[in-house]
Design a protein around this ligand. Sequence first.
Ligand code: SF4
Ligand code: SF4
Length: 296
Amino acid sequence: MSEKFDIPFKSSFVPAVLEPGATIKFKCHKGISCFNECCKHADIQLTPYDILRLKDNLDMSATEFLKNHTVPFEMDKDGVPGVKLRTDNDGACKFVTEEGCSVYKDRPTACRYYPIGHMSMKEANASEDEARYFLIREDHCKGHEEDREIAVDDYRKEQEVELYDQINREWLQLMLKKKSAGPTIGRPSDTSLQFFFMCSYDVDRLRRFVLADSFKASYDMEDSFYETVEKEDLALMQFGVRLLKQVLFGDVTIPVKDNAVEKRVEERKDILEMRKKAEIELHKQKQEQQMKDALS
Ligand code: SF4
Ligand code: SF4
């Protein structure tokens, strides 16, 4: 199975595959002549955990962060929504300053990995997916001329990217599952795509959804679960991935209440009945008014 390279910064270069255990010759530091050059052509796709870290760094809600600092894009031909960091009109990341990255301790996964590109792949008969790495060499990046060799695994540690990979793993596996399902699944409905966006990126909306009575009436969760997700974004984000897997892929791990579907149909029936009565009443009132108008 193949897919496009995950290249974080705009590039016309074809990346070179890094074999497992490979080392790279690279070092980036403040005194380097190209300092900040990469961030001036940023094309950074965000993962769910990137969004949590960045919105906390900026002390804003996820909804606000998404509105002010990202642009949506379609991750595949079926319109599965992704988000990228918003740039200025010249393509520069809005977080870059003379001093470097203003959100450095919470910078996104793609920025941590650069100049390594990475992606997960799953061979047709394999049970587990595997990480694959690529080296991206761009003329403006002088880090490749620095005299330091480092193993890819050590570079990942140095950039503290392992935690990000670990937390995003299930979500990334979901993307792979969607890709490997191929065209048989077809384009998801707009409601499914909106549901995907909420579960993946917007913990504020997801929290309102999970704490609503309609959710509690459908899913059989302990009180402690609701107490946790009310306070903890990370737990909620991880639950969002489970919810996505269950609702969109039928991978059931969240207990559903008995008769939840039947109850919803009953409730719906009541609503429809009430609506019908209201429409009849309105129609009657209109007719009465028309008669009054005709007689006056
Ligand atoms: S988030 Fe930071 S490291 Fe990433 S592109 Fe923006 S300024 Fe550069
Ligand atoms: S060495 Fe490469 S990654 Fe570091 S600032 Fe320069 S262009 Fe960016």
